[in-house]
Design a protein around this ligand. Structure first.
Ligand code: TXE
Length: 493
């Protein structure tokens, strides 16, 4: 049996901890075992990262950028190989896997081109008659060792989105992939090894939540976590104890709002992609589809027709639109949530079960539900599966109320031909991201992250890079006098 390894202190190791078998989600065959790291492995990784930090952080950004550029080139050279591994472990269609890799390469290109300028020292002059004349130098310095913990749904893009800015800024990184996509983690480590980064700048340890927790509690300066709310809250708690910088990208229950003046064809296609790509296992999937009552019936008819024609299958089959869910547990959870909605009065317009033609695999048919209400799990929890509840609304006020009736606040999507109206509405929606006439797109240029229980901090753009540094001031008094007016003594004797 192939055993997936860790990459620690510049060496590939096969830890002797528990072995976690990994099933191909489309066939249920065991494809490999993940050898979970143990405490001594983590200690070596930590020491190695600390040593490497001293060397890496004293190199110039230009020198670091030269090495990281190679990581981006290697991604493209290995595009097919990496995409196949993503599809093998995650199940998503190959075309989505290669979108992940090319998307990640955009992030490398962006930071490689922009980081030097973004982290350039700034000077501010304050000339204030009562207080004097000051010059401030604002400098950006790396934090130290940054832990990056990632999930299985975007096993390549998500870690790259934060590992690259962390490294460009001069931090060393310990990365823990999800144990459900450990081989993708191995592929990422190969890129950093082959690019020739100094030993220890990038360490990768394999394992499940327990290993993640040990890393979070170790002597590191920052933790970047992407995953579910439950684990995210635990990470926040553990980081708070050590006063560590914490960046959390958690779940979402994004509203997808179709106004009465929307281009319906486009909105239907947007909803189809927004809810069903990645088999609906995306943090910014369009999880609650809200449609103005005037266009509700037309929208629903077209949406159901198109959803029922999507092809479920193995991600390696080029005709597949929707691959399997990641695990038997996810499939059962999705199935339970749909049953609960039906018992509470929802109506199935299509799907509603696993397709009959598959004897094996964690497949679930694209499902559209109507007659839904906010008390149903499909409208209140983050359903990671191809299930689209569609609900009518009367006016903008009601749309905003429904959109905000969730503990999450990651993304939202608004469809209308009136841009001013969309912008006005977008300001009333509680979310970190709003797309107008689009859904679930991500670019390195714009900040990404949630409000409410969807997370803390941002990645992407300069704001994401600034999360990876300590911002310091050096304050120089330019007018030298024996005594500042606010100094002691206060009495003018
Ligand atoms: O994620 P977990 P799971 C949501 C989605 C999904 C649910 C559970 O709703 O159904 O979360 O998915 C590591 N300390 N999202 O169980 O457990 C773990 O090993 C430190 C949304 O797969 O959150 C893995 O590497 N680390 C999300 C990573 O955290 C811990 C993407 C995510 O695992 C840990 C994935 C701990 N205490 C799931 N516990 C999104 N935002 O897109 C677990 N881990």
């Amino acid at each position: 049996m192939n055993i997936v390894r860790s990459f620690i202190d510049g060496k590939w190791i096969t830890p002797t901890g528990v072995k976690i078998p990994k099933l191909n989600p489309a066939t249920e065959e065991v494809i490999h075992e993940v050898a979970s790291a143990r405490m001594p492995d983590l200690r070596i990784a930590l020491e190695s990262s600390k040593r490497a930090f001293h060397q890496w952080s004293t190199m110039t950004i230009g020198e670091r950028v030269e090495l990281l550029k190679k990581v981006g080139q290697l991604m493209m050279d290995k595009l097919d190989e990496i995409s196949s591994v993503i599809t093998l472990e995650n199940g998503k269609p190959l075309v989505e896997s290669s979108m992940e890799v090319t998307g990640a390469q955009m992030y490398v290109d962006y930071y490689v081109a922009e980081a030097e300028q973004m982290l350039r020292e700034e000077t501010r002059i304050m000339d204030f008659p009562q207080a004097g004349n000051y010059e401030f130098r604002i400098v950006f310095e790396p934090l130290g060792v940054v832990v990056v913990i990632s999930p299985w749904n975007w096993p390549f893009l998500i870690p790259i989105q934060t590992i690259i800015p962390a490294m460009v800024a001069g931090n060393s990184v310990i990365f823990k992939p999800s144990s459900l996509t450990a081989m993708v983690g191995e592929k990422i480590a190969e890129l950093f090894e082959e690019a020739g980064l100094p030993k220890g700048v990038f360490n990768m340890v394999q394992g499940g939540g327990r290993i993640g927790e040990m890393l979070v509690k170790s002597d590191v300066q920052a933790v970047v976590f992407t995953g579910g709310n439950k684990a995210g809250a635990q990470v926040a708690l553990n980081c708070a104890k050590g006063l560590k910088k914490t960046i959390l990208e958690l779940g979402g229950s994004d509203p997808f709002i179709v106004l009465d003046d929307a281009n319906l064809d486009e909105a239907v296609n947007g909803a189809l992609y927004g809810r069903f790509f990645g088999a609906g296992q995306i943090c910014v999937s369009a999880k609650r589809i809200l449609v103005h009552e005037n266009v509700f019936n037309d929208f629903l008819k077209q949406f159901v027709e198109k959803a029922s024609s999507l092809k479920v299958g193995n991600g390696f089959d080029p005709s597949t639109d929707i691959g399997p869910l990641i695990s038997r547990e996810q499939q059962s959870y999705v199935s339970r949530s749909v049953r609960q909605a039906i018992l509470a009065g929802a109506r199935i317009m299509c799907g509603g079960s696993a397709p009959k033609e598959f004897k094996k695999g964690f497949f679930y048919s694209p499902t559209v539900l109507t007659d839904v209400n906010l008390s149903m799990k499909v409208m209140s929890e983050e359903i990671f599966g191809p299930v689209a509840p569609v609900m009518p609304f009367h006016d903008e006020k009601q749309a905003v109320e429904i959109a905000n009736a969730t503990e999450y606040g990651l993304g939202a999507s608004i469809w209308t031909e009136n841009e001013d109206r969309a912008i006005r509405l977008s300001r009333r929606i509680e979310s970190g991201i709003v797309w107008i006439n689009d859904v679930a797109v991500t670019f390195p240029h714009a900040p990404w992250g949630g409000v409410k229980r969807s997370g803390l901090g941002r990645h992407s753009s300069r704001y994401g890079l600034l999360e990876m540094v300590n911002i310091r001031q050096i304050c120089i008094n330019k007018i030298r006098e024996p005594r500042r007016m606010w100094w002691l003594p206060y009495s003018k004797e």
